[in-house]
Design a protein around this ligand. Sequence first.
Ligand SMILES: *Cc1c(COP(=O)(O)O)cnc(C)c1O
Length: 399
Amino acid sequence: VPSQNLRIPGPTPLPDAIREAGTRQMVNHRGPEFKKLLYRLSRDLRTPFGTDGEILILTASGTGGLEAAIVTFLSPGDHVLSVSIGVFGDRLASIATTYGADVVKPAIEWGSAADPDLVRDEIRAMAAASGAPKAVLLTFNETSTGVTNPIADLVAVVHEEAPDALLIVDAISGLGALPFDMEDWGLDVVVTGSQKSWMIPPGLAMVAVSDRAWAAAEQATMPRFYFDLVRHRESLAKGQTPWTPALGLCFQLDVALELIAAEGYERIFARHAACGAATRAGLAALGFDLFADSAHASNTVTSARMPADVEWSPFSAALRERGLVLAGGQGALSGRIFRMGHLGHVKVDDIVAALAVLEDVSPSLGIPIETGVAEAAARKAAERVVGTSSQLSAMAASA
Ligand SMILES: *Cc1c(COP(=O)(O)O)cnc(C)c1O
């Protein structure tokens, strides 16, 4: 594949050092080398999750991590509140329903964040009708709409209204790129996936679990085997995983965590904020209509409405011919929006390059755009986030 500007919300482009780590020779996954590696990965992942607990590493895509979060801690018939704001929130609710949970899912308009008052009302209504929810399902960053939820505010309401409810959070496309604090916020189960901000290929799900959730696991009766996190925890205590892990991905995660440590989370968060601001400002300057509520727009993925009378498939094909790969809308948003990913190994120059392709290609598709303004708008927005342009170029150089 010739070099592409892969601007989708995962899989994300790999730095060279991470690609090389994927070619390493195998080791015994029940031997001392892997034990050391697994402990190092589990320890170094504590910082981005914001926990002192162990991090479990599953060989699965992110959805496997979500399935583990449901089946390990819940029982059939449990009342569960799903606060879904898009396709991925709906997926988490579907997993719970599939395993027999009794799921209440209020309708929230796509493109919006969840409102803490709505969560309060729903919990009160559930408590009055059938008892307080056993668990509340939340999405940190809804990739299908490009919205980041105000998790701390939502969770504060749950702690007030349903203090015993487990808080299960899909943080797959936000963790590692956006500030997050599992212990400070009082979350119970948090899931992320390797192909998003972690700059490694798809295939690992990383999960953190609170003490309260481990206690709940002892009572939980949903059927579970491969995704039984209790088995994963017992194996981790011996420096192993219960099943053969994707060793190559573990080698790559090791290198990724070294690169991340060298850059530092503060700088990584600032870089994502800068890329998010640049994307929004640049698309708006071109004349695209941003889809997400601007107060909650994500710094890892941006959504914009498809221009009137333009179909997604010729649009995406014309961009791909020029090396720019964007994501389309999912579910009910299919054909209605397009999405640009800006997470992981990304810098403002990548955003500027993507905007330039959009600027060049749009006229031939009949999309009326403003020319000659997007790059300056994007760079200015990024600089405003970071403070000074010299800091920004230092960041770009290290990315
Ligand atoms: C990518 C993503 C998932 C699903 O991950 P897979 O690795 O495709 O299984 C779930 N939730 C969110 C928010 C995501 O961004």
